[in-house]
Ligand binder design. Structure first.
Ligand SMILES: NC(=O)c1ccc[n+]([C@@H]2O[C@H](COP(=O)([O-])OP(=O)(O)OC[C@H]3O[C@@H](n4cnc5c(N)ncnc54)[C@H](OP(=O)(O)O)[C@@H]3O)[C@@H](O)[C@H]2O)c1
Length: 278
């Protein structure tokens, strides 16, 4: 039995679909799982609900959106899983976790959670994807209104990954113990700047997608984000701008035995999301 947390989210919802297609037994966890197959309602902030969610489970896919900068949600799940006799955890982390930028640790919450899982005695696999291609969906209103989209990365190149590939790797890690004890950096197949991504989307949509460079901290401040969240993001952005994420890993193609999807493939498949309503 596999518990998929974050089952309504970008990565978890495709993990659920793939497990269903493969006929594997799973429970789909969310705070509001209505509409999910095999739903279980639980909240990382409610230990009793986690105890129910992990009962009889062998393997957990762990997706948290950490209450930055704390790993509390991962640790709560780990505690419930250890007590219930879960054998393995596959954790969704992020690229650059544990690297340093200007004295700060990149992905500090993920790092603390990774370390706790690795020291737990349970089997584990850690997935560290780079930025998701799907992050462009957060700009769809601006794009559809013909407005420029904010670019915090400038000349930074990174190999953005298709979230469907991250989900597919997660399923392999959940089902095959050959991935136990492995930490995988998951990237797409090509290095792109943010402006390169906009140019590709522009070509796919056949209408302008303009970018405007912004400084990360004032931009996030103006968006009303809490200071500790801003620090987490600006540390990651600073690390990426210093070239930390400018590499292509072959893990996706090696594990899935096919090429990683390009940003152009993602954009083509998500063209309907950028349809302008008139
Ligand atoms: N976006 C990127 O570019 C990127 C890149 C690398 C790594 N990551 C990592 O990916 C992770 C996020 O994955 P995602 O994008 O698939 O998530 P997402 O789309 O943001 O969805 C978050 C999921 O977490 C669930 N959730 C949130 N709070 C919860 C709580 N208190 N109790 C139970 N469930 C809760 C939500 O379910 P309900 O709201 O339905 O309860 C939802 O299913 C983060 O750890 C992030 O660091 C992201």
């Amino acid at each position: 039995m596999i518990l998929v947390t974050g089952a309504t989210g970008t990565i978890g919802k495709t993990v659920v679909q793939l497990l269903e297609e493969r006929g594997m037994p799973f429970r789909a966890m969310s705070r509001n799982p209505n509409g999910l197959p095999n739903p279980v309602r639980a909240d990382f902030a409610n230990p009793a609900s986690l105890t129910e969610a992990v009962a009889g489970v062998d393997t957990v896919f762990l997706v948290t959106v950490p209450p930055t900068p704390s790993p509390a949600h991962d640790l709560a799940l780990l505690e419930a899983a250890s007590t219930a006799g879960v054998a393995k955890i596959v954790k969704l982390s992020a690229i650059g976790t544990g690297e340093r930028f200007e004295g700060a640790v990149v992905g500090a919450a993920h790092l603390a959670a990774e370390q706790a899982i690795e020291e737990s005695g349970l089997a584990w696999t850690i997935l560290r994807p780079t930025s998701f291609s799907s992050n462009f969906l957060s700009f769809k209103e601006l794009i559809n209104a013909g407005e420029p989209i904010p670019d915090m990365l400038g000349p930074t190149r990174q190999a953005v990954v298709d979230p469907r590939d991250v989900s597919a790797v997660a399923v392999e890690a959940l089902l095959d113990d050959a991935h136990d004890g492995q930490r995988y950096d998951l990237t797409g197949p090509e290095l792109l700047t943010f402006a390169d991504q906009a140019t590709i989307l522009e070509r796919v949509l056949n209408r302008p997608v303009k970018t405007v460079e912004v400084a990360a901290r004032p931009h996030l401040d103006a968006a009303g984000m809490p200071p500790e969240v801003i620090t987490t993001i600006t540390t990651g952005v600073g690390w990426a701008r210093s070239g930390g994420a400018a590499y292509v890993s072959d893990q996706v193609s090696r594990i899935l035995d096919r090429p990683a999807r390009t940003f152009e493939q993602w954009a083509t498949d998500h063209k309907p999301a950028f349809t302008v309503m008139r």
